[in-house]
Design a protein around this ligand. Structure first.
Ligand code: HEC
Length: 150
């Protein structure tokens, strides 16, 4: 063993132990069979647990710098966005990419947009994302609530 290998030794054992524990857990009979559906089901689960009241606070602090419900600012107004075609406020100066996207805003598309707008619709113009899935779900619940309350 080289000194470098010796130094890495405890690290490797820790990784092996962690991998062993993880596979031990994922092989418990309770989880077997559910594995394939899990990621999809859990993100839908997180979206379903979105809370509009928490979402309002998060919306005001994170989105309020550029958006509001009833007035266009740096970004377009949001009332009615849930169920609306992307890029469809007539007097807002959208990117061509967003207008041409063909996206309709629902929980799934909003979740993808807020996770990373550029990855979802390359060439768009919103330089902001929300990494926490729970916060995204809350904001989406709030946008949905306010879109229904016209
Ligand atoms: C730094 C400014 C900025 C912030 C912060 C921001 N946005 Fe945006 N947003 C924009 C811009 C600019 C656009 C238009 C993008 C384009 O035309 O490509 C946009 C577009 C959107 C659209 C598409 C609307 C439509 O009519 O198609 C949604 C939905 C949206 N933003 C949601 C949010 C939410 C929710 C937040 C907070 C988590 C947020 N944005 C934060 C600037 C911002």
């Amino acid at each position: 063993m080289t000194p470098r290998q010796r130094a890495l030794h405890p690290v490797i054992w820790t990784l092996l132990l962690a991998a062993g524990l993880m596979s031990a857990f994922s092989l418990t009979p309770k989880q077997a069979g559910a594995d394939e559906a899990a990621p999809q089901a859990s993100s839908a689960g997180i979206l379903a647990r979105g809370d509009a009241l928490r979402g309002q606070t998060a919306y005001e602090s994170r989105c309020g710098g550029c958006h509001s419900l009833d007035a266009d600012r740096i970004g377009p107004r949001h009332r009615g966005v849930y169920g609306r075609k992307a890029g469809s406020i007539a007097d807002f100066d959208y990117s061509e990419a967003l207008k041409a996207s063909g996206v309709v805003w629902d929980a799934a598309s909003l979740d993808r947009w807020l996770s990373g707008p550029e990855a979802f619709i390359p060439g768009q113009r919103m330089g902001f994302s929300v990494s926490d899935a729970g916060v995204r779900a809350d904001i989406i619940a709030y946008l949905k609530q306010e879109s229904e309350r016209r």
